[in-house]
Design a binder for this molecule. Structure first.
Ligand SMILES: Cc1cc2nc3c(=O)[nH]c(=O)nc-3n(C[C@H](O)[C@H](O)[C@H](O)COP(=O)(O)OP(=O)(O)OC[C@H]3O[C@@H](n4cnc5c(N)ncnc54)[C@H](O)[C@@H]3O)c2cc1C
Length: 406
């Protein structure tokens, strides 16, 4: 009989497996995929933002459910994660926003390092259908091929996003069958569907260095503000700032949120007005619609002119002060109303999951069933982009591995 069964050979499961092996335990690991670490291999657009070069306290502050992670993150800090991967022969680099990547820019290097680290665990390509419990204690699993016994069972099945990678939400069903409460799941770090058709007209346009502010109906303070890149798509908005903003748009409901885009964040209204005035004077005999090509990408011009309410054929030298003001307002506050999130399949992470109230934060052990442990995205924790989600998977996997070895 094995000491430990681990369900899921992803970021959390592989880390837990290696930790158990280091402690001399016999480990049996199940994954429905042929190749371990399938999701890891596509993280960070194939580059894997492996952690964030910050303190554990900063991860705790950034994450939903952060306080629960205190023990996990202080016993395996972002610094520890960096030393760990470098120790496994993967040199790292820190980029903007303290995001840490392998120097090679290859996510596969991270996945392969973890697979090497967990060598010694027996890996079975089988799908776990049920956790076996006897007298309140987890004693093994039933898979699509048979029954397996162990002293401890770790569920590290991931969330429900990108189900083609294997994390299709089955871990939630396994946990629910065991009597664990599930906090309803929802997509996070996910593109946004617009209300109306403005984004569709701008499809394919990517804007760098824009200001993004999200407001919620009935709330005075914006729920999110940042600078960066966004992308117009056939359904709405995507890109780094939008994915990050989505984590702050809960609960989502049709029409509840508006994204405000500042197309010229480097210029205040006075500076931008002076700039527009200069362009209009230079092109005084042209039509207004032909005066904006230095200010805006071509695709955006007809939409901006339409929204400003200034007839496109107006001669530049007859554009009034009031009309300039309307143009200015659109440039500094281009609004897109939001209808919904894109489906969970397209989310980077799943919010919600196994309720933290029923998991011991010091061990990752179930408070309901002895010998049952949880790690990674299936827990009700999630964080913004920046390497935090993998750090959480590694730290909780590590702590579960150590606890099972005790
Ligand atoms: C496109 C994309 C890019 C991302 N980029 C980043 C990034 O750069 N940085 C970052 O911090 N986070 C990133 N994330 C999030 C991060 O990948 C996840 O939070 C992390 O992988 C979660 O680790 P995990 O071990 O909990 O789950 P997973 O890595 O999803 O692993 C779960 C494993 O369990 C297996 N499994 C599930 N159910 C069963 C079952 N019943 N039987 C057998 N096996 C099962 C699955 O096949 C899977 O291999 C990204 C996510 C996506 C989708």
């Amino acid at each position: 009989m094995k000491e430990v069964i681990i369900v899921g050979a992803g970021a959390a499961g592989l880390m837990a497996a290696g930790t158990c092996i280091e402690r001399g335990l016999k480990v049996l690991m199940f994954d429905k995929n042929q190749r371990p670490g399938r999701k890891l291999r596509i993280t960070g657009k194939g580059r894997c933002n492996v952690t964030n070069n910050c303190t554990p306290q900063e991860v705790i502050a950034a994450a939903n459910g952060g306080r629960f992670l205190y023990s996990a993150l202080t016993s395996f800090t972002p610094g520890d994660a960096m030393a760990f991967f470098e120790g496994l022969g993967v040199p790292l680099k820190t980029e903007r926003g303290r995001r840490v990547f392998p120097q090679s820019d290859r996510a596969a290097d991270i996945a392969d390092a973890l697979v090497r680290y967990s060598r010694g665990a027996e890996l079975c390509r089988e799908t776990v259908k049920k956790v076996l419990v006897e007298e309140g204690r987890a004693v093994g699993v039933k898979t699509d091929r048979g029954y397996y016994k162990a002293k401890n069972v770790l569920l590290a099945c991931g969330g429900a996003s990108y189900p083609a990678t294997g994390s299709d939400g089955s871990g939630y069903r396994l946990s629910e069958e065991l009597g664990h409460i599930l906090v309803p799941i929802s997509p996070s770090l996910v593109p946004l569907v617009e209300r109306g058709g403005i984004c569709q007209r701008l499809m394919g346009l990517s804007l760098r260095n824009v200001g993004v502010r999200v407001t919620a109906a009935g709330r005075r303070k914006p729920v999110y503000e940042d600078f960066g890149e966004l992308l117009f798509t056939h359904f709405g908005l995507s890109g780094p700032t939008i994915l990050s903003a989505s984590a702050h748009m809960r609960p989502m409901s049709a029409g509840a949120y508006t994204v405000h885009i500042d197309l010229k964040p480097a210029l205040d209204e006075g500076q931008l007005d002076a700039r527009i005035l200069r362009d209009l004077e230079e092109k005084k005999n042209r039509q207004f619609i032909n005066s904006l090509d230095r200010l805006l990408p071509q695709k955006l011009i007809p939409v901006i002119v339409e929204r400003s309410g200034v007839p496109g054929e107006t001669r530049c030298n007859s554009v009034t002060r009031g009309q300039r003001k309307s143009l200015l307002a659109v440039l500094k506050d281009f609004t897109v109303e939001i209808e919904s999130f894109r489906p969970i399949d397209e989310a980077i992470v799943t919010a919600g999951g196994v309720s933290l109230k029923e998991v011991d934060p010091k061990t990752m052990g179930s408070k309901l069933i002895e010998g049952l442990y949880f790690a990674g995205e299936m827990l009700d924790v999630d964080a913004p982009t920046g390497g935090y989600n993998l750090q959480i998977a590694f730290a909780t996997g590590r702590l579960a591995g150590l606890s099972m070895g005790e």
